[in-house]
Design a protein around this ligand. Structure first.
Ligand code: TYM
Length: 329
């Protein structure tokens, strides 16, 4: 049995990238393994949400998670800030994390570029907090998308460094995990890059069918192939990538062949894609609405999750303190 940890920042609604990059794998693992799924609301502070928004964002993401099928009866579903032990482990791990390696992290460099006015220390040490989230439960598998690969590599470094420094074999070295071997990167509808929460290029699980149709019909394409079997441009490849995860294989085959023979009509492809996305998201959207109106259920879920997560986390922190040398007199 594996111990599995996965999480998501509470900085915006869940989109198809989150679902197919991380959640889908988690759903497959939740029954047979010791699974933890949490909302990273400490990490969310790096973007300075207003206090009035923080709680609403957490609740929304929690409802969306559960609507996807994460089962709190089998997995431990909790909120990061309900488990303050993670903040202590983060402090302890920070002592063995080097500024140089943190500055070289791709996600940090990107944030420096995107938000030069808010390069806070929390952004720099984001991977240390993420490593703490994972190793505090001694996880060995972490279902995440491709963009988290480097953070997982750093998690392994921090775990290994701790073990070496204190000459113990305490923390396992966890792997980024996907059932299909390759980590997934779902592209956005704007022709380039990955689907993101704030990039304006995403289809959200809570989007209405009308919103989805509008977004997909506006997706960037190109002027169309002019010779048989021509290589696809990035925007077109991206549409096929999304189609691959939401549509049935026959549909993908049909449009792939149409493209290869230069008969493709992007309008038709987008219409089909929009309908397939709606078919996939609509039941989830309806469950999100139901869950959001059931405050009592949501608070029960996170209270039970916090208790289980704290039991696991405090055991680790207690042992780590002893290993480091904090002992009673
Ligand atoms: P976040 O909220 O940015 O992303 C949550 C998960 O969704 C995946 N993801 C994608 N996968 C494929 N294609 C995309 N376009 C796409 N966009 C997002 C991410 O890879 C991620 O798996 N740092 C984490 C949150 C976190 C965490 C953790 C995760 C904090 N601590 C411990 C696992 C374990 C993050 O990026 O969240």
């Amino acid at each position: 049995m594996d111990t599995v940890v996965s999480g998501i920042r509470s900085t915006g609604n869940l989109h198809l990238g989150n679902y197919f990059g991380a959640i889908k794998n988690f759903l497959k693992m939740q029954k047979e393994n010791n699974c933890f799924f949490f909302i990273a609301d400490y990490h969310a502070l790096t973007t300075h949400p207003k206090p009035a928004d923080l709680h609403g964002n957490i609740k929304q993401v929690l409802a969306e998670y559960l609507a996807c099928g994460i089962d709190p009866e089998v997995a431990t579903v909790f909120i990061q800030s309900d488990v303050p032990e993670v903040a202590e482990l983060y402090l302890l791990l920070n002592m063995n994390a080097y500024v140089g390696e943190l500055e070289r992290t791709a996600s940090f460099k990107e944030k420096v570029r995107l938000q030069p006015d808010n390069v806070n220390a929390g952004l720099l040490t984001y991977p240390v907090l993420m490593a703490s989230d994972i190793i505090i439960h001694k996880a060995n598998k972490v279902p995440v998308g491709k963009d988290q690969e480097q953070h997982l590599e750093m998690t392994r470094h921090f775990a290994r460094r701790f073990n070496m420094m204190y000459e113990v074999n305490y923390f396992p070295e966890p792997d980024a995990y996907n059932f299909g071997q390759q980590l997934v990167k779902i592209p956005g509808l704007d022709g380039t890059g990955k689907m993101g929460k704030s990039e304006g290029n995403g289809v959200f699980l809570a989007d209405t069918p009308q919103e989805i149709r509008k977004k997909v019909m506006r997706a960037v394409t190109d002027t169309g192939p002019t010779s048989p079997n021509q290589e696809q441009t990035e925007p077109v490849k991206n549409l096929f990538t999304i189609m691959n995860v939401v549509s049935d294989p026959e549909t993908v085959k049909f449009f792939t062949e149409k493209y290869a023979s230069c008969e493709i009509r992007y309008g038709d492809m987008k219409k089909q894609l929009a309908e397939d996305i709606v078919k996939f998201t609509e039941p989830i959207r309806l469950r999100i609405t139901d869950l959001l109106s059931d405050n009592e259920y949501l608070s029960r879920v996170v209270a039970a999750g916090a208790e289980k997560a704290r039991a696991s986390a405090s055991k680790t922190v207690k042992e780590v303190r002893e290993i480091i040398g904090y002992r009673g007199f």
